[in-house]
Design a binder for this molecule. Structure first.
Ligand code: HAM
Length: 423
């Protein structure tokens, strides 16, 4: 029978690589948690209109990449292509914005974009994101960037670059867009591109075609139109990033792929990843909440791509040693029941234990113990059960010592608590 395959272009993780995925994800989450961000767990599908309105009709994401379908009740549903619109929906729906501000939340999960699959670009991919809602202060922009940067540093990444820009406030964009629209009216572009430019003229900076790039190289730059308030905020962001020793470059032509951005916007690019170099991006989105029917509150956040961060670590040779994290491996010799009971007893004490199943000879059992990556092993047979004593073998050194079964749990707990000192 033909075998099934995963749908085209999805990323999925199985052992051993899945432990690296887990490590990256938990490091990203930890960096958010130490800064006071709390978990939101939201649906992977939402009302299609939420993304159309939130992410923007001019974006590739909404125009060509959404997985949209009708559910059994005839509603138009879309698999979430990004996390910010859903968080806004939830904040409004649960009145989180009526409590203490800013609301600081993080999320982690799968996102879906029907893109052309290639290395680092998937149709189902994974992000850890954070959003801070309800504070119009450049310090929180810096906090958000610092959460990402701390995580990347903790993950050992070196070859990445932070690019920042400012998209200004609404007054900035009002005066700038008049100039930009006038400029675009004077260049030659096809009807479809013009329609896109009408929706959001900034999109043309994102166009990869050489003739459009060439034409847009002469376009006015938004940064030259920043109002004094926006310019001061952007200066503050740069001053604080410098104070935190977070390297950055100002990229005044950066265009984010989603329409909701205002003020500070940023991207982290990894230099070893080729075309799909963005390992994370985000920024401020001051009009989004009101646009989705909530109050006029500002927000800022990021989404970090777990898949690409994993690839970046691999490109930098930062693989973890394939460690199972097991403390003990039990090799039973004809006493399978007793071995399972012992394993469960130890597991209940928080010790990570695995054991050989089936009737394995001693040699096969020890091979499994080796492969398991556990730090210690014991052989459990009728003799050990009768004497109540086992030989606790340290796998790396081969040294073993006698321990009574009654003292085994405490002995292991004692040794585990000393692991760190030997690193
Ligand atoms: P984004 O820049 O579209 O922003 O995505 C964030 C990150 O997700 C990217 O930098 C990249 O690492 C990863 N990513 C995006 N698409 C793919 C893909 N097809 N395959 C693999 N990885 C991908 C957002 O999604 C915003 N919601 C971020 C944000 C939060 N802005 C404010 N708050």
């Amino acid at each position: 029978m033909a075998k099934f395959q995963a749908p085209k272009g999805v990323s999925e993780y199985v052992p051993d690589r899945s432990s690296h995925f887990d490590y990256v994800r938990s490091t990203l989450i930890n960096s958010a948690q130490v800064a006071g961000y709390q978990l939101v767990e939201l649906p992977v599908f939402e009302d299609t209109e939420l993304f159309a309105r939130g992410v923007g009709e001019s974006t590739d994401v909404v125009r060509k990449e959404m997985y949209t379908f009708e559910d059994r009740g005839g509603r138009s549903i879309t698999l979430r292509p990004e996390g910010t619109a859903g968080v806004m929906r939830a904040v409004i729906e649960h009145n989180l914005d009526r409590g203490q501000l800013p609301v600081k939340v993080y999320y982690s999960g799968a996102f879906f974009r029907a893109e052309r699959p290639q290395a680092g670009r998937y149709r189902q991919f994974y992000q850890v994101g954070i959003e801070a809602i309800g504070l119009a202060d450049p310090r929180i922009d810096v906090e958000v960037i610092a959460v990402a940067d701390r995580a990347f540093k903790e993950l050992g990444l070196k070859n990445y670059r932070l690019e920042i820009t400012s998209l200004g406030d609404s007054a900035t964009r009002e005066s700038y867009l008049v100039e930009l629209r006038a400029f675009i009216a004077g260049i030659e572009i096809d009807a479809e591109t013009r329609e896109r430019a009408n929706l959001n003229p900034l999109r043309l900076f994102d166009d990869k075609r050489p003739e459009i790039r060439e034409a847009m190289s002469k376009a006015p730059i938004l940064m030259d139109y920043l109002t004094p308030e926006s310019a001061a905020d952007f200066a503050k962001v740069q001053e604080l990033l410098t104070a935190l020793n977070i390297d950055f470059v100002v990229n005044n032509r950066m265009v984010r792929g989603l329409d909701y951005y205002t003020g500070t916007a940023f991207e982290f690019a990894h230099t070893d990843l080729g075309a799909q170099s963005a390992i994370g991006g985000g920024g401020r989105y001051d009009g989004l909440m009101a646009q989705l029917g909530g109050q006029e509150l500002s927000g800022v956040g990021f989404g970090l791509g777990i898949d690409r961060i994993l690839l970046a670590r691999e490109a930098e040779g930062l693989l973890l040693p394939a460690e199972s994290g097991l403390d003990l491996y039990i090799v039973p010799l004809g006493v399978g029941d007793a071995a399972l009971l012992l394993a469960e007893e130890l597991r209940n004490r928080g010790i990570k234990v695995d054991l050989a199943f089936g009737d394995k000879a001693l040699k096969g059992g020890m091979k499994s113990a080796d492969k398991s990556g556990a730090r210690y092993s014991i052989v459990l047979g009728a003799d050990e059960l009768a004497s109540g004593v086992v030989h606790l073998k340290e796998m790396q050194t081969g040294e073993s010592s006698s321990v009574t079964l009654g003292a085994l749990a405490n002995e292991l707990i004692e040794r585990i608590s000393n692991y760190g000192e030997h690193l």
